[in-house]
Ligand binder design. Sequence first.
Ligand code: HEM
Length: 367
Amino acid sequence: MGILKKVYNWIDVRIGAGELVEKELTGYLLPRNINVWYSMGSILLCVLTLQIITGCLLLIYYVPDAEKAYQSVNTIMNQVPFGWLIRYCHAVGSNMMVMVLLCHMLSVLFMGSYKRPREMNWLSGFTLFNLVLLICLTGYLLPWSQLSFWATTVATNSMGSIPYVGDYMVEFLRGGKLVGPTTLGRFFALHAAVLPIVIAAVVGLHLFILQRVGISTPPFGRDETRITWKGESYAYESHAGGIPFFPNYLLQDLTSISIYFAIFMAVVFFDPYIFYPETSFMPADRLQTPAHIKPEWYFLANYQALKIFPSEFLGIMVQAAAMTFLALLPFIDRSPERHPLKRPLFLALAIGGILLWIALGIWGHYS
Ligand code: HEM
């Protein structure tokens, strides 16, 4: 008996490894018509892990002090061996994470997997969506460049339009009347400590819920099935006759993950600057407002929406209403039908919403 087999047997006798493998890997079955969109969650898990690793490496040389932050990022880029690679991976990774997050959300929307009994998958996911956007926003300030400084000034300013509590909220976020060293301290604490821990906890909850409910059956392709679960008692959606997670599905998943990383590395090596406007190469200067300050692409629609309403407060309220609608979608859209082409109202609203978001973003970019 080989040494590996002996070690395996030793562990198996003590913790029942064989039973665990049978239950969670080879015996864990997935729907036979599972498609590539179901890999978005696994890609997100890999991206999140890479963000944590590259973030920890950046922490070794980054200095969260308004006097030294910009210079410390310069040192990472120009002096620390492979520092540039780690920084580009972190920055490109954050942008691509938002893209994959949007794909994951869209696939869940179009395949109707947010519907009963998966309302809790949706709610925990929606919380993650907001937390990820918040971690991106707080990270933007850390290089202490002109872009960081002014984008944060604009983002925090909009809060001020909320009656009564607005000014207090702006001051609370900034740690003073203006964006300054105290803001950097707050954002750094949120970005490098609080948010990663909260996100990790919510991801754990998201996966726990997924494991309890079972993965949904795609509403099209081979084995098309409709939701049959109507009862009030708990039921796990198993997939008798489906494909085993290990090795079959894992290989399929790893293929999607590899394709994602091929695209990611191509951007990191060939054009990381698509995510860096010119103002990100100038140190923050509170006395000089740059001519063009734009938020990152995923906030452009929100930025433009704030500008087109007669008051910023109205703009904030309309956006808050849209987000609340999205959060509560499983409780509003209650029909059991999941096939996108058999949900014309949903399809029209979803496509209309996506086009509006893109149009506002393009308008925001060129305005
Ligand atoms: C850091 C962010 C996230 C991670 C790491 C993550 C991870 C995952 C994973 C691994 C799965 C199982 C495989 C799959 O369907 O892709 C999943 C399923 C799911 N996720 Fe997420 N997710 C995240 C964000 C979100 C967001 C933003 C939403 C929606 C607002 C969401 C809603 C769902 C739903 C409804 C399912 C169940 C899908 C089904 O059973 O068909 N997730 N997630």
